[in-house]
Structure formats: C-alpha cells, structure tokens
Design a protein. Sequence first.
Length: 278
Amino acid sequence: MPKILDGKKVALETEESLKERVATLKEQIGYPPTLATILVGDDPASATYVRMKGNACERVGMNSIKVEMPETTTTDELLEKIEELNSNKQVNGILLQHPVPSQINERLCFDAIDKDKDVDGVTCLGFGNMAMGEKAYGSCTPQGIMRLLDYYEIEIEGKHAVVVGRSPILGKPMSMMLLNKNATVTICHSKTKNLENIVSNADLVVGAVGIPKFIKSDWIKDEAIVIDAGYHPEKCGDIDLDEVIERCGAYTPVPGGVGPMTINTLILQTVEACEGSK
C-alpha cells in the first residue's frame, strides 16, 4: 500500500510542540511571538487566508497584528507601512498577502521586508540565500513539502524530481530545495514540450501548475512519490490522483496533504524568527 503523506497530522503535531516554545518565549521576553499580516484591498479569498493565518497564531498562543489597507493604496504607502513593521521590535514576522492591487509594485514591496522577518520566504534575498544553502526562511508551501517528506522519511537523494510549475513562491523554490537535497531536478512549465514523457520518468512529481487535474494519472510511473500542491473548488488538486493512488509509492491527499503544511510552516518560521532575535 502507498504511504499517505498526511499534512494535517504533521501540522497538528507541530502545533502542540509550538505551544510549548511560544510559552517559553513569552516567559523569556515578556510577550509572545508576533506575526503581522498586511491585506491590501478587499479580495474575499485573500481575507479568508489572512483570517486562517490569524487563527493559527491564536491556536499556539502567538500574537497576530492585522493590517488592512484600502484598494487605492499606493506603492509608497505600502512601503511606509512595511518599514514601520520592520522597525517594530515586537514584530517577528511580516506577511504581505498576495496578490496586491495592480497599481502597486508587488516585487518592490516584497523585497522591502526585512530578511530576518521574511517568514513567508518571498524576498529575492531570501530566495538567493536559500538556493545557495545559506540561512533563510523558505517559501512556506515548498518548505512545508520538504518538512512533510522529512517527517515520513522519504529519500530524496539521487531521485529524479520533476516539478511542474515555476512560480516564484512555489515551483522555483521547490526546485532549489530538492536540488539542495541532492535530487536531480527537472523544471517544467507551460512551454515545456513532451511534458508527459518527462513526468513519466520522474521518481518524484510535484504538481504546482494551478490547473485542476492537469497532470494525468497515466503519466506517472509505478512507485513514484506524488506531491500535489494544488487545491481547486472542485476539491481536487493539480494531479489526477484517482488512478494513481493504488500504485504510487507515496502521495499527498487533497485536501489534507500540502495545504495544512503551508500555514503551519509560516507559524513555525515566525516562532524561529522570534527565537533568533532574543
């Protein structure tokens, strides 16, 4: 039987250990670790994600500061708010909720976040440090996937890993993290030719393309490790798991696989940032 990589289970276990670490920090410094979230505009999905992050903070005893800014916010106004949070010694992590309104230079604002508070792993500096094997907070979804693989003792070294997707917060950092663990990595995207053939040779497949069931089950070879980082309203991911579950080596269920690990990693990295700032 294939191994189920249960992200919900790992996230719950991590939360229990984080409660103790948060309590210890509160005793040592007089206040709990604090995550500041910035929501620009009133996109309902973004508001839901921010609320979920706040709830996760609350469950482990952390503090969360919710910054809400209007849809008409300018780049300069957002940069000013980020600088204010950078300067606040009681703020350990800063999360700028993606996407921001189109008039804002999102990359400039991401890169304004202090590297020591970049717990969402979105800055160019953080990505570069991570890729070079230096100390950095990884982008939360791929870092959560790496934690999941580690928890279930999935061997990565020497494996051919195929990452389908090249987004700056998922596909690209995922590829670098796997490379740093000595996988042989192929990155595929919308312009890749013969995608089916490439996926069929993968020992480990990561679906990170953002299209429901884009990767077909018959593309995936027997005993492959199947990581589905997608989630869609149809309650499915980027990989058609139905026909592959019985013959793969391990897989992440949708929902309950990668999803819970993303916010959990954000909370974990905020606690680590607080521990590192003492």
